[in-house]
Each structure stands twice: as structure tokens, then as C-alpha cells.
Design a binder for this molecule. Structure first.
Ligand code: C5P
Length: 216
């Protein structure tokens, strides 16, 4: 059995439009877009919501209350499912191609841990204030996206270890990698960008016009 776990309990401070998962792009919330992409490919969908927020009507999901951090929200989602394989996906990445999910599921069936990621295309540099302070070779570097998929028992162990050791991370693959377990990198998609700033929202609006017109 497979479950999709969607942390959607962020406050959306950088976007400035209230809880981000509920922000709409072309009339459909970021959360509803992520749910629609995942629901056909898993047995159940669980969503972590901000405290006091109700589940929007009509979504085929179970809701749990999120925590103070993304990591805590994912831990709560994990505690609420018995699925053998869990797929963790940020509500803030609303354009999720089915082919990417299928490739990720094939990878996790082989390895037990996999994440979607994109090879870095831009030149990278460290900055000190607004000054160029040294180039960073981009060879072998990937930008990590979601979804990420794991055998549930493995992700559970990774979260328990992180909590016991006071470690925090912005994603789950990082916590699993800390255990010394190999994590497979599965090529992602530029459309999977995370909606973070008002500029991202404008980009999402433009993409939605093409995305929503395609049969899926
Ligand atoms: O803030 P950021 O966009 O990096 O958050 C990534 C994802 O984690 C978002 O989908 C957000 O809703 C979720 N999150 C959460 N609980 C928190 C903070 C963030 O579920 N306390």
C-alpha cells in the first residue's frame, strides 16, 4: 500500500497571502493541484494543515494538524499511516507531472529511498553581501525537489534519529541520507518549482494556463 503525505501547514509568510497551500492559481488552490496529481497514483492521501484550518470540501484526503516545522508536520503525517511506501510532496509545488511520480515509484521499489531532483544548470557562486565571493563548481550538483519516496519504516527511523539528535532538515531525503542509506536521484522537472515568492505566483499563473489546457 502507498500513501501520499502532503505537508501543507506552512504560514506562507514570504508570499503574504495567508496559508500558502490555500492560495489559488487560476481558481484552483496549490493544495488541490497537488492532491489531484497524486490521488490517482496512491491508495491514500494525507494532508497536514495549519492548526484551526478546515479541509476544503471535495478533496479525497485525510487531514492531520501540522506542526511548528515542516519536519514536525511530516512526522505527524507518518504517524497517521500504515502504508509500506510513503511519498512526501510539498503542497507548494503544484505542477507535478504523472511521469515524474511514476519514475519515482519505480525507483523507490528498487532502493527504498528516492527523491526527485534537477541537475543544476546555472553558474553557482557564494556571495558576501552583494559581492561575488567565489565560484562553486556545479559539476555533480543537483537541486532537490519533491516528491520524495521511502519505505515508511525507513523514513520513520530517520525522523526518530533526527529528533533524538536534535537535527533539523528542510527535506526528508536529507534525514534518510544521514543514516548512511543510499538515496536515488530521479530526474525532476522545471515545472515542479516551489511557489515561494509573489514572483513565483505570477509564474505559476502563466504556467497554469498551459497546464490546465492539457488533458491529464
Ligand atoms: O516554507 P516552505 O515553502 O519551504 O515549506 C515547504 C512545505 O512544507 C509547504 O508545503 C508548507 O506548507 C509545508 N510546511 C508544513 N508545516 C510547517 C511549515 C511548512 O507542513 N510548519
Amino acid at each position: 500500500m502507498r500513501a501520499a503525505l502532503i505537508p501543507a501547514a506552512g504560514s506562507g509568510t514570504r508570499l503574504g497571502q495567508g496559508p500558502k497551500a490555500f492560495v489559488e492559481v487560476a481558481g484552483v488552490s496549490l493544495l488541490a493541484r497537488s492532491v489531484a496529481a497524486l490521488a490517482p497514483l496512491v491508495d491514500e492521501v494525507l494532508v497536514a494543515l495549519p492548526a484551526g484550518m478546515d479541509l476544503p470540501p471535495g478533496l479525497p484526503v485525510r487531514a492531520v494538524e501540522g506542526g511548528a516545522t515542516r519536519q514536525e508536520s511530516v512526522a505527524r503525517l507518518l504517524a497517521a499511516t500504515r502504508a509500506d511506501v510513503v511519498l512526501v510532496h510539498d503542497a507548494a509545488r503544484p505542477f507535478l507531472p504523472g511521469g515524474v511520480v511514476r519514475a519515482l515509484l519505480a525507483a523507490v521499489a528498487e532502493t527504498g529511498a528516492a527523491t526527485v531532483a534537477l541537475p543544476v544548470a546555472d553558474t553557482l557562486v557564494r556571495g558576501e553581501g552583494d559581492l561575488w565571493a567565489g565560484g562553486v563548481p556545479r559539476e555533480g550538483l543537483w537541486a532537490v525537489q519533491t516528491p520524495q519516496a521511502f519505505r515508511r519504516e525507513l523514513l520513520w527511523r530517520a525522523h526518530a534519529a533526527a529528533q533524538a539528535e536534535g537535527v533539523s532538515a528542510t527535506d526528508d531525503a536529507g534525514l534518510v541520507a544521514r543514516l548512511g542509506v543510499p538515496v536515488r536521484l530521479v530526474p525532476g522537472d522545471a515545472r515542479l518549482f516551489k511557489v515561494t515568492t509573489p514572483g513565483d505566483l505570477a509564474l505559476a499563473g502563466a504556467l497554469a494556463r498551459v497546464w490546465d489546457a492539457e488533458a491529464r
